[in-house]
Write a protein that binds this ligand. Sequence first.
Ligand code: SF4
Length: 307
Amino acid sequence: MNQVMNEDPSISIKKAEKIAYENNKLHKRLCRQVGQAIGDFNMIEAGDKVMVCLSGGKDSYGLLDILLTLRERAPIDFDIIAVNLDQKQPNFPAHVLPAYLTRIGVPFHIENQDTYSIVKRVIPEGKTTCSLCSRLRRGILYRVADELGATKIALGHHRDDILETFFLNMFFGAKLKGMPPKLQSDDGKHIVIRPLAYVKEADMERYAEVKQFPIIPCDLCGSQENLQRKQIKAMLREWEKKHPGRVENIFSSLSTVVPSHLMDKDMFGFADLKATGEAVSDGDIAFDEEPCAPPTANVVRFGGLED
Ligand code: SF4
């Protein structure tokens, strides 16, 4: 207490200015990264109606907030509608999202579907509930997107989700497969987008604190967080601590794939490979060390939406 009272007022002003400066920098960085991901993958086009799926977690709040900022600056017109699926989990504070969305003036739809009871009834006690729960949720959200006339479904997955999924698929599914920033839904009727694809989870955490989003806890369903995902997250954190830049390089490698240097016979015609006598720019320099140049950043912007 004494420390606070005795603190030189000029120091507190400087501290406050520094915090404001850092917060502003964070907001600019998020807008730039989201704008870049939207541009790189042509996620949003003129006339789109983007259905932003809002769970009440930090990532979906952040996604909606940044998309609203970008829409104001965008050279194209598009609509945003927020959608929350109330799965009737015990103690879900149903008033929180409508109150927040009404306050910020965003059109929204709350879909009430008791998937919680279905999952509890069908899955035996102690077994993982997430896969059925997310399958049910997916089907409902696709139907809602149809009913609302949404042309894009935006999800709040970020860079760390993408990397974790990539390693989960490799370690446990024996597949080189991640979580794409843009994809066609499995029913073939919708385009799903992940505008936070370039954003670090730590930035989303800080942004949620800065903006004081009314976060709804994500453990209401009583499910344990997926243990394997937890382990991968810990592995990536450890790497980042011990080898700064490694995680960033792995992430960049997802957009610099060389099929001729992998082993997927369906992706590259190894069987028909013949020497042509012509030099090939990405040919194998079989006896040399691979150069370790950092990847060049892709700088395409979403309609000039940078800072
Ligand atoms: S954590 Fe709970 S709400 Fe989320 S997918 Fe799993 S069962 Fe469903």
